[in-house]
Design a protein around this ligand. Structure first.
Ligand SMILES: Nc1ncnc2c1ncn2[C@@H]1O[C@H](COP(=O)(O)OP(=O)(O)OP(=O)(O)O)[C@@H](O)[C@H]1O
Length: 255
């Protein structure tokens, strides 16, 4: 499903957090949001999974306006991994992942065999099948992150909105998670700090700085030495990856 964030502005208590942000994610594309701390990535994504109401602008899912859809429909369509997550009670991992099935069920409907299969597959996909019976609160940061990604996948959404999904993950799991997102074939909006991961895994990038989009396009067009210097304040050398040909950044110094 195509996602288009159009002219998004968010103002909180007189402060403009993002200004006229337009982000396009074609059907099935993995689209990265990159930018320095505080540039507006999470604010944009929070609007896309409807945790925050924009002051102005539209979020289109296909032809629909996100804000005019019933909440349950939004929950079926959009699977989210927020940056901050709060699981207060000590649910088991299996229970946390099963929460992903909630939008597909009525209030008192029990989990079916199909639900259990979908959840087991999602957990196995993030290499966390062995954690199913553990208490969520006993997990390490990276294990929790993988379980929450499994919850979003178990939802079988049409759009994934992932805020720093590789946070806490070791390198193997970083690569695996992004490969899994790609393999779902679902349109994905993903905030990433690691520009090399973004270059390797995203079809398109949108670069944010000070709450506005300053560059958009395929990684090879966007991740230039000039842009990295200007937006991130870092001198970098950009060379093609020896195998994939995608841009790879070698950092030099902070400017
Ligand atoms: N509720 C709020 N009230 C005031 N300012 C806010 C609020 N929420 C976010 N901000 C500010 O808006 C700006 C954008 O924040 P946002 O979390 O979207 O940035 P980000 O690009 O995701 O940053 P990071 O890379 O650090 O996660 C920041 O300066 C932040 O302090």
């Amino acid at each position: 499903m195509r996602v288009r964030v159009e002219g998004l502005t968010v103002e909180v208590a007189g402060a403009v957090l993002v200004r006229s942000v337009t982000v396009e994610a074609p059907e099935g594309a993995v689209v990265g949001l990159v930018g320095p701390n505080g540039s507006g990535k999470s604010t944009t994504l929070r609007c896309a999974y409807r945790a925050l109401r924009p002051t102005a602008g539209l979020i289109r899912l296909g032809e629909d306006d996100l804000l005019s859809l019933p909440h349950k429909e939004t929950a079926r369509l959009v699977g989210a991994l927020p940056q901050e997550h709060h699981v207060e009670f000590d649910f088991t991992v299996a229970e946390v992942v099963a929460m992903g099935r909630t939008p597909h069920k009525s209030a008192l409907e029990n989990d079916t065999d199909h639900d259990r299969r979908v959840c087991a597959r999602a957990l196995a996909g993030v290499d966390a099948g062995h954690l199913a019976h553990r208490g969520f609160l006993t997990l390490s940061g990276g294990e929790r992150q993988r379980v929450l990604i499994a919850r979003a996948l178990a939802q079988r959404p049409r759009v994934l909105v992932l805020d720093e999904p590789t946070n806490h993950l070791d390198i193997r799991h970083q690569l695996e998670v992004l490969a899994i997102v790609r393999a779902t074939g679902v349109t994905a909006l993903v905030a990433l700090h690691d520009l090399n991961l973004a270059a390797a895994h995203c079809d398109l990038l949108h670069v944010l700085a000070d709450g506005a989009v300053v560059a958009s396009g395929p990684p090879a067009e966007v991740l230039t030495e000039e842009l990295v210097a200007e937006v991130f304040g870092v001198r970098a050398h950009v060379l093609p990856h020896p195998v994939t040909g995608r841009p790879h950044l070698f950092y030099d110094t902070a400017l």
